[in-house]
Design a protein around this ligand. Structure first.
Ligand code: PAF
Length: 296
């Protein structure tokens, strides 16, 4: 396993890999690695003859004021051990001062409008501008042929897709399906904040989405009825505060008048003091069958 802190060293390694005919695959992360990241690495590994780079960088600009930047879980030694175990070829841990230099006249931002207004964008001001900016920087440093993101952060994946498309970035995006604990809780670095009781209650994010999908399967097509059912089920849990429940078009996150086509049902809720998100993406086809699917 190669390890790079220096941008120039990482770039030399990437150039060498490309020269020897490898496809460079990139999985950006903020560390505190878990099985969800391993699913992204597996999706990346499916690319034949690849050199796989994982970046580990807790990006300060995607945390809104008052969020958990200072206590975001960090486990550098364990992360390296996991990368080794998962067959990652190189780990890139850039320095803060290289990613956000202070000796410049002013910062450069990448911002995606409209798509970032609803859902997590509404509750986390500046979050997606931070994500879009750091991912653009990382793409320009790593120059990957393929990059993998997880479907759990669905809005993030759509934002990155738009950045890639509209800034003509030469990278192919792939998505890894949501990786879940045996009881259905979506894996997340923030799950480790939950105590035993909160952990038990947290599964309601997933179970409420499953029940909503059954509701749609049984013929319900009013988005408000579906989201209200999810919100009610979530709110019934001890210590659960619902931030949003949204059922939207899965391509552009526009509002739906009726449940049709490819849709995303997404939730954010705080369990105790831990903010969790989850979603299901499904397609209602012409004969009204409802199939779960990937975002793209
Ligand atoms: O999904 C994440 O872990 C982060 O948002 C990302 C994409 C690594 C950017 O900091």
């Amino acid at each position: 396993l190669e390890q790079f802190e220096d941008i120039g060293d990482l770039r030399n390694w990437v150039s060498g890999s490309k020269r020897s005919g490898k496809t460079v695959v990139f999985v950006p992360t903020m560390g505190a690695l878990h099985e969800g990241h391993s699913a992204c690495v597996r999706t990346g590994r499916a690319v034949m003859d690849s050199a796989l780079v994982v970046s580990i960088y807790v990006n300060p600009t995607q945390f809104a004021p008052g969020e958990d930047l200072d206590r975001y879980p960090r486990s550098p030694d364990r992360d390296l051990a996991l990368c080794r175990q998962w067959g990652v070829d190189a780990v890139f841990t850039p320095r803060q001062r290289d990613i956000y230099p202070e000796n410049r006249p002013g910062p450069v931002w990448v911002a995606v409008e409209n798509l970032t207004d609803p859902m997590c964008g509404a509750g986390r001001p500046g979050h997606f501008r931070g994500v879009a900016t750091v991912v653009t920087k990382l793409f320009n440093i790593v120059s990957p042929d393929v990059a993998v993101f997880g479907q759990k952060d669905a809005q993030q994946a759509l934002v990155i897709r738009e950045v890639v498309k509209q800034l003509f970035l030469p990278v192919e995006l792939r998505l890894a399906p949501i990786n879940r604990e045996p009881d259905g809780l979506a894996r997340s670095s923030r799950n480790r904040y939950l105590n035993e009781e909160q952990r038990r209650v947290a599964v309601s994010l997933y179970s409420s989405l499953r029940h909503a999908l059954d509701f749609v399967r049984s013929g319900e097509r009013d988005p408000e009825k579906v989201t209200a059912a999810v919100a009610a089920e979530l709110a019934a849990g001890d210590g659960v505060a619902v931030e949003y429940v949204e059922l939207r078009n899965a391509g552009d996150l526009s509002a739906l008048e009726t449940v049709e086509g490819k849709a995303i049902l997404a939730v954010a809720a705080t369990v105790g003091t831990t903010r969790l998100i989850d979603n299901v993406v499904f397609r209602v086809d012409k004969n009204e069958s409802v199939e779960e699917t990937l975002l793209f």
